[in-house]
Write a protein that binds this ligand. Structure first.
Ligand code: BYC
Length: 329
């Protein structure tokens, strides 16, 4: 659906010999690790792939405010409320950096917003799951931001300059987000048996959706091969998922929480954990719009956009008047 609107062209990786001269020069720059900047020549597929990925990433940051924003009024202490408020504001800022990075590729923020609202651009599957108890806020910080960072640390080295620089800034803030989630869960796991049970419940519900954040398994990933050839993506989906599992197992152990996977075991030979894959049918269903919260999330975003129309119009009118006022002075 969306792929037809922002057609990234063929995902077939072309051999250097098949490329026109300017694309050969472009690929040589990619190979050398040079950053591609907005005014540089780039293949149309590279530009469209970046718009798709950065736009999706920006939308994820903005939609990602909804499940956490839901708990601002119900945070148990003033301190936790202030921390959560700051975190949700950070996510709005991340959305802005990313929309700005995407705008350097020739699409406006309004166009991306309209594509999202029309169901023609995606956002991360994770935000279609509900946050049912306070421990979920800890799980979002620890597991969801944890998975996001695992991907984004690598994306700091992505080949497109504006995206790479946005990632450097975002990663600094995300690592604080992850720690606040883990800190919240430490408190709950050291609290009453009921609090510990809430933390375990959150772990049970967020584990597999967090694993899905890295995208489908490599064999089903449509874009990985071409995106990696362009160094837009640095790792495959499965590589990052494995790293995330290996990082998270000792952290869960420290909390005294059980990861809901009976097959999770250290594999000495591979030097990594074996684990159960998420239910990929559920994943594809969620990204097709049929997750538990897809309709609510989109309705909230569309209403916010409509409610904010008067403000955007006011800003535009002010921007128009400003040069006239300066002239008059
Ligand atoms: N959810 O060929 P593939 C955060 C789609 S949140 C939805 O492997 P690609 C945060 C994919 O778009 C983290 N859709 O794709 C905010 C493609 O469909 P289209 C946000 C997914 O792009 C607030 C199809 O499946 N981070 O930071 O090579 C609070 C085939 O997939 C998902 C980013 O967005 C998914 N999980 O790889 C807390 C990181 N996975 O577009 C935290 C940037 C796949 O052809 N993005 N799809 O219709 C990426 O690194 C890559 O886009 C992905 C997918 C690894 C996600």
């Amino acid at each position: 659906m969306y792929a037809q609107v922002i057609d990234t062209g063929s995902d077939r990786v072309r051999a250097i010999g098949e490329m026109p001269e300017e694309e050969k020069v472009f690929m040589a720059r990619i190979e050398k690790g040079e950053k591609i900047e907005p005014k540089d020549w780039m293949p149309e597929g590279y530009r469209k792939t970046l718009i798709r990925q950065i736009g999706q990433h920006a939308h994820s940051e903005v939609v990602g405010q909804l499940p956490e924003g839901n708990w601002i009024t119900r945070a148990p202490t003033l301190e936790r409320k202030a921390i959560l408020l700051a975190k949700v504001q950070d996510e709005a800022g991340h959305g802005l950096y990313l929309y700005s990075a995407a705008e350097t590729l020739g699409i406006s923020r309004d166009e991306m917003t309209e594509l999202l609202h029309a169901g023609k651009m995606k956002y991360s599957s994770i935000f279609n799951y509900p946050t049912l108890n306070w421990a979920d806020i800890g799980a979002v910080g620890w597991l969801v931001d944890g998975a996001a960072i695992m991907n984004q640390v690598a994306l700091q080295r992505t080949s497109y300059g504006p995206y790479s620089r946005a990632m450097i800034r975002i990663c600094k803030e995300e690592s604080f987000h992850q720690r606040q989630g883990y800190d919240l869960l430490i408190k709950m796991c050291q609290g009453s048996p009921e609090q510990k049970a809430m933390a375990q419940d959150a772990m049970n519900r967020f584990w597999y959706p967090a694993l899905m954040m890295f995208g489908p398994s490599d064999k089903d990933s449509v874009h990985s091969e071409q995106s990696m050839a362009w160094k837009i993506k640095i790792n495959t989906n499965d590589e990052l998922r494995q790293k995330f599992v290996d990082q998270t197992v000792p952290q869960a152990k420290y909390l005294g929480l059980t990861i809901p996977d009976e097959n999770l075991v250290w594999n000495e030979e591979r030097g990594a954990h074996d684990f159960t894959q998420p239910d990929w049918n559920e994943f594809f269903d969620v990204i097709a719009g049929n997750g538990p919260c897809n309709k609510d999330r989109m309705a909230a975003r569309v209403n916010a956009w409509k409610d904010g129309a008067w403000f955007r119009e006011g800003l535009a009118a002010y921007a128009k008047k400003l040069p006239l006022r300066k002239q008059a002075v």
